[in-house]
Write a protein that binds this ligand. Structure first.
Ligand SMILES: Nc1ncnc2c1ncn2[C@@H]1O[C@H](COP(=O)(O)OP(=O)(O)OP(=O)(O)O)[C@@H](O)[C@H]1O
Ligand SMILES: [Mg+2]
Length: 234
């Protein structure tokens, strides 16, 4: 499995606030990597850096062998980086189907189209004409993931997908991610829910105050209770 996305020594700022300090990470094709850490440690900023929403001041991003540091978000999306932000931007006045169609990226094709998405997300297939704004939190989370898949990304980036969802929905989300994994989807996610992260990831990267403080396989991470206590909200 080759590396598909790599970040080298990212240093990212909001104005003069230095947020990420030499953050490096990589993800191989077909792998699921989870970025963990408490509130405010820089998980979202790492994803914003990769997407070009808040480009790093220094460092390098290589996606599919191409250096794309500083590329605009639309270019990263066209190259195949599909981002599902933390705040789930569903378009309220548009139907479920319209929201999905907006996820299409004309230059990208693959296994995901409306039929494939509805087969994977039966819950959405039953509400194609519902307005996005009337969906529950869990339904909106499914819709934003489905919308990102419509762009046939090479890497699906999910920022804290389980946040604010009920245990039943979290369990459905787990099943969904496991099924995407089984179909060789490459997934980079962030999480604070340790159980959820362990159930879906192959590898874990832990951030603290903008620094990578731990990296290892999920199996190895399982027994690291000191690390959990020190860096996670457990
Ligand atoms: N637009 C911004 N302007 C200034 N500072 C910001 C901005 N966005 C985030 N920050 C700060 O950057 C740091 C990292 O925030 P970030 O959102 O990346 O953390 P996070 O790990 O995603 O946290 P959470 O788990 O709460 O989502 C925090 O100290 C936060 O206050
Ligand atoms: Mg965040």
């Amino acid at each position: 499995m080759g590396t598909v996305l790599e970040a080298f020594d990212l240093n990212t700022f909001y104005d003069r606030s230095h947020i990420l300090f030499d953050v490096s990470l990589n993800i191989a094709s077909g792998e699921t990597v989870c970025l963990m850490g408490r509130n405010g440690v820089g998980k979202t900023t790492t994803f914003r850096s990769l997407m070009g929403l808040t480009p790093p001041k220094t460092g390098k991003i290589v996606f599919k062998g191409k250096t794309c540091t500083g590329f605009k978000p639309y270019r990263m999306a066209r190259l195949g980086l599909g981002f599902v932000p933390e705040d789930r931007r569903i378009l309220g006045p548009f139907t479920v189907q319209e929201n999905l169609e907006l996820g299409r990226i004309p230059s990208r094709s693959g296994r995901w189209d409306l039929d494939a998405v509805y087969a994977q997300f039966p819950i959405l297939a039953n509400m194609t004409h519902r307005m996005g704004g009337t969906l529950s939190g869990g339904e909106q989370q499914m819709l934003t993931i489905a919308r990102a898949l419509m762009g046939n990304p090479d890497v699906l980036v999910l920022d804290e997908p389980s946040e604010g969802l009920s245990p039943v929905i979290i369990s459905e989300l787990k099943t969904l991610i496991q099924s995407l994994k089984a179909a060789d989807t490459t997934i980079l996610l962030s999480e604070q829910n340790l159980k959820f992260a362990m159930a879906v990831s192959d590898r874990v990267v832990v951030l603290d105050k903008g620094h990578v403080v731990y990296e290892g396989t999920t199996d190895a991470f399982q027994g690291q209770e000191q690390v959990h206590k020190k860096y996670l909200a457990v």
